[in-house]
Design a protein. Structure first.
Length: 194
């Protein structure tokens, strides 16, 4: 189980990768062990992802849902799918594009990048749910800015890992984004029982 210092070490590697600094290779483990280890990001993020989704569905949307065991289980299922489905799509794009070696690197990079984004998102949702104005509005605006910045950062990283090929990068980003949106939309309907 990676400790905070190790996670920060990996995040430094992502920063160096985004700047196309070859030193990133000293920080990011792109081996099979590194791929497996990167899924600790999911283990750390998952409880907060589920909790923030439940807070959102019970406090921030209308009509809100009741917090039941079934809602909890459905939310956990959808959050797991929302993490894994875009990775599967990225794998397919890498194979079709003739860049299968890029896939393992993309898994490592996107997994570790997702950890701080999910932690920030959960914190923002909890603060927005307080309803304290103008704090909630300011947090919402900041949340949107951070999500946009994280998306652009991810685009840059995938572009570099896909050998700076524009078309495969565009297809990978669009396909994974559409997949994530579909899982979220269908999943939300499933959670609320529509």
């Amino acid at each position: 189980m990676p400790r905070l210092a190790e996670v920060l070490f990996y995040l430094r590697g992502l920063w160096l990768l985004s700047k196309a600094d070859p030193a990133h290779a000293r920080y990011l483990d792109f081996t099979e062990r590194g791929v497996a280890r990167s899924f600790w990001a999911l283990a750390y993020s998952f409880p907060l992802m589920v909790a923030s989704e439940l807070v959102s569905l019970t406090r921030l949307v209308q009509p809100s849902i009741d917090l039941t065991v079934m809602a909890l289980l459905r939310t956990a299922l959808i959050q797991g799918l929302s993490w894994m489905a875009p990775l599967v799509v990225l794998g397919v794009v890498c194979m079709v594009s003739g860049l299968p070696r890029a896939f393992l690197k993309i898994i490592v990079a996107t997994n570790w990048l997702s950890l701080p984004v999910n932690l920030f998102a959960a914190l923002a949702i909890f603060l927005i749910a307080t309803g304290l104005q103008p704090l909630a509005s300011i947090i919402l605006l900041l949340f949107q800015i951070v999500l946009l910045a994280a998306f652009l950062f991810e685009v840059r990283i995938i572009y570099l890992l896909m050998s700076e090929k524009v078309l495969p990068t565009a297809v990978a980003i669009i396909a994974s984004a559409i997949t994530a949106l579909l899982v979220t939309d269908i999943g939300t309907r499933y959670i609320v029982g529509v």
